[in-house]
Ligand binder design. Structure first.
Ligand code: NAD
Ligand code: UDX
Length: 469
């Protein structure tokens, strides 16, 4: 197999950035260039004071060690492609908004343009690696495009190497992944390419964790892993509704169920609903794939995971309205957390957005605080969530503040939407003293000590807990 000396990564986003920064850190003998068309993003990666475009614990340290040594960020896509032996395609693959498969299928436009760029400029053999999450058999389309447009004598091997990192823990996930998955054609050339990429990872990952499989299995495994993870959350959230109706406690149920070694304790935390850029998109992708394959029952099965999540989000909004005496019009609500989970500034598909949209449709006043999300991002998300309402109108009802204490001042209700640890340090007695009574706290993340808050005098509604605390 060839020895990889130069890597190019197309796409400097949440995946391309951290993934290839870690490769550079762990493989000082390999030059890694991460390219993107977005100049502002590349500038941020290159910023002197390491004001990186994404927040991820530990990321700044990695970039500090490798940038300028063997890690480079650039907008010169062509040069990086030309020089590389191996190219990661790590561009976005969002759900299509219009056309065939709108609302379900993945938009492969960015993958295709990146692939066409590789074909247009490559003058030597390349290993092209699908890092983006794509529908099954996308590698075949990439191969066709590459072969139809390449210079004579250039040879391309295509690998699938899906990324399993979770945001908020990307760096630790990349340092010691549960597994690295590499899919290739089972030809000699395909297997050699697979070995070349495996050798890159073997610089820091134990060999037994590097799994090599067929291309289509690799592509499908990524969709399958996300679908099954999301399914666990929808299952536990479905049970949380039963808990609330019966007086059972979802913590206790999840703990008891998770003790079964076949089920395991992780990823069973009930919540206001899963968010993030992956779960919903990848399940819808699987639904679309199933439908295209004339498997409507399979499609319906997976679609239900997303439907349960939508139900969980709207159920939580309804609990807030019902509890506040069936009206929140004109009431003041603090929403703590806007990111889709703690330890990230990412808001894509955040449950918080749906909640706030629901509160605004009742004409409540909402005060938002999140430790990491940029203010401009919040306005953009709310405008997208309420497309027919002018931003000025949204801004009459929404206030964005810079601390949890400020957000909680003189509100009728406080809603925990993201499980940021710092919300544990809120001075609840002080918050209570300033609130209109009865004072309500809605914990959508099983974060707070409900018993303590009840003692102070709050009425506490926790996801997945019935009347008794
Ligand atoms: P992102 O939007 O943060 O980053 C993608 C980047 O690609 C953008 O900066 C965009 O400007 C750039 N880009 C698009 N087309 C380009 C082109 N032709 N040339 C150069 N640059 C181009 O997306 P992301 O979150 O990093 O996700 C990337 C892929 O990884 C997606 O397929 C996603 O499903 C998958 N994935 C994401 C995660 C996650 O946690 N975010 C985890 C695993 C897999
Ligand atoms: C997910 C997958 O975990 C990762 O392997 C894949 O590469 C990308 O998609 P991510 O979306 O970044 O990662 O975060 P994850 O930790 O999976 O959380 C997704 C959502 O589920 C968040 O909104 C989170 O709060 C929620 N969640 C997670 C729960 O509600 N309960 C849980 O028990 C776990």
């Amino acid at each position: 197999p060839v020895q990889v000396k130069k890597i190019c990564c197309i796409g400097a986003g949440y995946v391309g950035g951290p993934t290839c920064a870690v490769i550079a850190l762990k493989c000082p003998h390999i030059t890694v260039t991460i390219v993107d068309l977005n100049q502002a993003r590349v500038d941020a990666w290159n910023s002197k004071d390491f004001d990186l475009p994404i927040y991820e614990p530990g990321l700044v340290d990695v970039v500090k060690q490798a940038r300028g040594r063997n890690l480079f960020f650039s907008t010169d896509v062509d040069k990086a492609i030309r020089e590389a032996d191996l190219i990661f395609v790590s561009v976005n693959t969002p759900t299509k908004k219009s056309g065939v498969g709108a609302g379900f299928a993945a938009d492969l436009n960015y993958v295709e343009s990146a692939t066409r760029r590789i074909a247009a400029v490559a003058t030597s053999d390349k290993i092209v690696v699908e890092k983006s999450t794509v529908p099954c058999r996308t590698a075949e389309s990439m191969r066709t495009i590459l072969e139809a447009n390449s210079k004579p004598g250039t040879h391309f091997d295509i690998l699938s190497n899906p990324e399993f990192l979770a945001e908020g823990t990307a760096i630790t996930d990349l340092f010691s992944p549960d597994r690295v998955l590499i899919g290739s054609l089972q030809t000699e050339s395909g297997q050699n390419a697979s070995q070349a990429l495996a050798a890159v990872y073997a610089n820091w990952i134990p060999k037994e964790r590097i799994l090599t499989v067929g291309l289509w299995s690799s592509e499908l495994s990524k969709l399958a892993a996300n679908a099954m993870l999301a399914q666990r959350i929808s299952s536990v959230n479905a049970l949380s509704a039963i808990c609330e109706a019966t007086g059972a406690n979802i913590d206790e149920v999840a703990h008891a169920v998770g003790f079964d070694s076949r089920i395991g304790p992780k990823f069973l935390r009930a919540s206001v609903g899963f968010g993030g850029s992956c779960f919903q998109k990848d399940i819808l992708n699987l639904v679309y794939l199933s439908e295209s394959l004339h498997l409507p029952q399979v499609a319906a099965y997976w679609r239900q995971v997303v439907e349960m999540n939508e139900y969980q989000k709207s159920r939580f909004s309804k609990t807030v309205v019902d509890t506040l005496f069936n009206t929140i019009t004109g009431k003041h609500i603090a929403v703590l957390g806007f990111a889709f989970k703690a330890d990230t500034g990412d808001t894509r598909e955040s449950a918080s957005i749906s909640l706030i949209r629901d509160f605004l449709s009742e004409r409540a006043y909402v005060t938002i605080y999140d430790p990491k999300v940029e203010v401009a991002q919040i306005w953009q998300d709310l405008q997208e969530a309420c497309p027919t309402t002018p931003l000025a109108q949204i801004q009459k009802y929404v206030n964005i503040v810079h601390s949890a204490a400020e957000a909680c001042e003189q509100k009728e209700a406080i809603v925990i939407a993201t499980e940021w640890k710092e919300f544990l340090d809120i001075d609840w007695q002080h918050v209570y003293d300033l609130m209109t009574k009865p004072a309500f706290v809605f914990d959508g993340r099983l974060l707070l000590d409900a018993e303590k808050l009840t003692k102070i005098g709050f009425t506490v509604k926790t996801i997945g807990r019935g009347g008794r605390v």
